[in-house]
Design a protein around this ligand. Sequence first.
Ligand code: DAT
Length: 175
Amino acid sequence: MENLRPGGPNILITGTPGTGKSTLGAELAQRTGLQYVNVGELAKQEHFYEGYDDVYQCPILNEDQVIDELEDQMRGGGNIIDYHGCEFFPERWFDIVFVLRTDNTVLYNRLEQRGYAGKKLDDNIQCEIFQTILDEARNSYKAEIVHELPSNTPDELEDNLDKIAAWLQEWKVSH
Ligand code: DAT
């Protein structure tokens, strides 16, 4: 089979803010040599914004600028993309999608520690309760490439790293 991604597969790590995407993504990059891209940080550095959301008091992501910026890199493969949304990325970008899931009380504490309060805190907890990002992922990618991963404890983080590393080995053998 022709290898369409010379640099390896592209992995999307998504989930509600605070579920542990950047912790997992950065560690996975360390262990595998894949390139880690935190889309929120990229947007901040490059000012990929199109206005300001007064309700959530945060800038609004310019999705087209993000896609243009990453297109060539994604074509080459070997990327770990981290973002708390997933429906605006081109479906063809990803070989596998992981949706991190965290129990409400654990997530509440993490977000409170991050300084979230009021509506922002409540809405993010609701997002997790209603599995909004999981549904978004299932609506945007083939069911067989979307995987839910529990992300509450350091043990679960280790399990997730092991599972993804094992998947990566299989991918390399079959490609
Ligand atoms: P995200 O990138 O999804 O917003 P994060 O990686 O910044 O989340 O993690 C939020 C906090 O939770 C941070 O203090 C690290 C901690 N954390 C992440 N994954 C964890 C896990 N599996 N077990 C315990 N703590 C975790």
